[in-house]
Design a protein around this ligand. Structure first.
Ligand SMILES: Nc1ncnc2c1ncn2[C@@H]1O[C@H](COP(=O)(O)OP(=O)(O)OP(=O)(O)O)[C@@H](O)[C@H]1O
Ligand SMILES: [Mg+2]
Length: 212
């Protein structure tokens, strides 16, 4: 039995039908590759609980993570973390508050969460970035804050929706290698969407290609 599995994702938009199942080993990196509009984000959103299957397929959806069925749980209780393409930081909060946010929403006391978040920043090349506001960060720095904010909550499964696509090729390569290192160190299982075949081949244990 695999560590993560999803069966019978089925979602129809006007001209596109997404029909998808997947299994992942513990600690593995699976890359989803495919043309724009084929349903990659939809798949991640259904796994994380942000979107639903088509009504007639709702009872057929099965998502299992670490031996537990999670498809009926609300997003926060699934043990699934998500990193979006845009980084989606809270612009009114400084870096350390952004990174502490996930811990606080899991119920950790604010003071403790801020101490933990501050100690986590150097791991992500963000030493002394605690008080910086998101608007003052470069694209690469923003993405590292977004990754730190998700990974600090230690999700069992991390979903990465083109987290590097806004960055130039050189930075993208370096951050992709870094994600792989964090993965080995922290031990999470990941599914990453990318447009970039080279990036997928460089870091994936398994590549799943969508067709349109
Ligand atoms: N809320 C929505 N209403 C209508 N159509 C939608 C909605 N969300 C997604 N779609 C359509 O579903 C299809 C799949 O969208 P999705 O965002 O999953 O694609 P994607 O593979 O992530 O594309 P990209 O690589 O451009 O991010 C697209 O044709 C999109 O227009
Ligand atoms: Mg997408």
């Amino acid at each position: 039995m695999s560590y993560f599995s999803v069966k019978n994702i089925h979602k129809t938009w006007e001209t596109v039908t997404v029909d998808f199942s997947l299994e992942c080993e513990k600690g593995s990196m699976t890359c989803l590759l495919g043309p724009s509009g084929c349903g990659k984000s939809t798949v991640l959103n259904i796994i994380s609980g942000l979107e639903k299957n088509d009504p007639e397929y709702e009872t057929k959806l099965e998502i299992e993570l670490d031996g537990q069925r999670i498809e009926k749980l609300p997003p926060r209780q699934r043990g699934v973390g998500m990193v979006f393409q845009s980084g989606a930081l809270f612009n009114h909060m400084n870096v350390v508050n952004n990174v502490a946010y996930g811990l606080i929403s899991q119920g950790m006391r604010k003071k403790e969460a801020l101490i933990k978040a501050s100690a986590y920043l150097p791991e992500f090349g963000l030493t002394d970035f605690d008080k910086r506001m998101p608007q003052t960060l470069s694209g690469g720095e923003r993405q590292r804050v977004a990754l730190a904010r998700t990974l600090i909550t230690e999700p069992k499964l991390v979903l990465l929706d083109e987290p590097l696509s806004a960055l130039d090729a050189d930075l993208r390569r370096r951050l992709a290698a870094q994600i792989r290192e964090w993965q080995k160190k922290i031990g999470f299982t990941a599914i990453m969407v990318t447009h970039d075949v080279n990036e997928a081949e460089a870091i994936a244990d398994k590549i799943v290609r969508f067709s349109k």
